[in-house]
Design a binder for this molecule. Sequence first.
Ligand SMILES: *Cc1c(COP(=O)(O)O)cnc(C)c1O
Length: 406
Amino acid sequence: MSEAPVGTAVTGSDARAFDPKAVVDAVRRAAGTPNGVLGLHEPVFAGNEVAYLEECIKSTFVSSVGPFVDRFERMLEEVTGARRAVAVVNGTAALHACFRLAGVEPGDEVMSPALTFIATTNAIAYCGAVPHFVDSSLVTLGMDAHALATRLEAIAERTSRGAINRETGRRIAAISPMHTFGHPVELDEIAAIAREWGIALVEDAAESLGSTYKGHAVGSQARLAALSFNGNKIVTTGGGGAILTNDEELGRRAKHLTTTAKLPHKWAFVHDEIGFNYRLPNLNAALGCAQLEQLDGFLASKRRLAAAYERVFANVPGVRFSREPAGTTSNYWLNAILLDEAYAQRRDDVLTALNEAGFGARPAWTLMHRLPMFAQSPRGDLATAESIERRLINLPSSASIRARDE
Ligand SMILES: *Cc1c(COP(=O)(O)O)cnc(C)c1O
């Protein structure tokens, strides 16, 4: 595996020699020739979806209370191994609630990757807190544990109020790694840093349902983790999310906070704090139950496709397939390739060639510190995240794609 040093952009004849068609041919060998456009991630409804939705409508329980909500939560607990799962209206709401439950207050800072979907960062801002960006790892594509430790050593100080950023005077209230495209982060190392500094850990596991870290499902060991069931995720409820926690009391708090903080009573409306109406409707939960029944099949199909991509890209010079980190299994939510740094300037040519051939390939997200709302946020060195941003391409990854590789 050859990697140009991070941060070096090579120009000239080397880059011109690179052929985007070789990438298109490889994708075709792994995923077949698309009939129309092969989207990045399309949902598969091959189980009890229609039956459960019909059951919902016939029962009149279509809204925020109903048996499918409870059933979906119990199924999530079984699948993830988390003690408590609380279903909510989307993944962003799950993250917002997680940060609140972790004690993130206005004026705090949260250590977060710059390479993530906007939801992680927005949820921090919804708490009135400020994201503090740390670099990502070339191996996991998620928060780099070493970069996190280095950044904290450089700017933070332990006080009776907790960890304080010496440069801004703000408390560092949480660390929020995200398991990028399904690849688990270096969780033990990041959790150890969080413990050492007395900072809460909130996992953005929106993309990683079904992934494992050292034999445990991602989220199963979490004090607080957030899942998403948006239409493009491995399992969808239309829109939806969940909070996972291993702490019974936090689980009760999570349910309370996301269901308007209403005290249970037959008729009286008494609410004991400012809660949120983040409840997942029964209709969406019904869809989720049918989807979770198929999770093992989705995972198996996606692993076959990832293996096919890995095989075909082993023979494409200048391109590296991003495989699951050692000691983990990725759900391979979105397959990703990285062009060598020498060919980074050809990324858009590759994207154009893939899309013209009917493959709905996409680049990585624009890094958070480049967006106007977060340009002033504190940050460490982001050289690796910037390198990944320049040269990463996501490939069609739906569970419905039948892997082939001749
Ligand atoms: C999908 C996603 C979320 C949650 O998104 P919703 O659309 O609100 O469900 C959060 N974080 C990441 C990294 C995601 O990919």
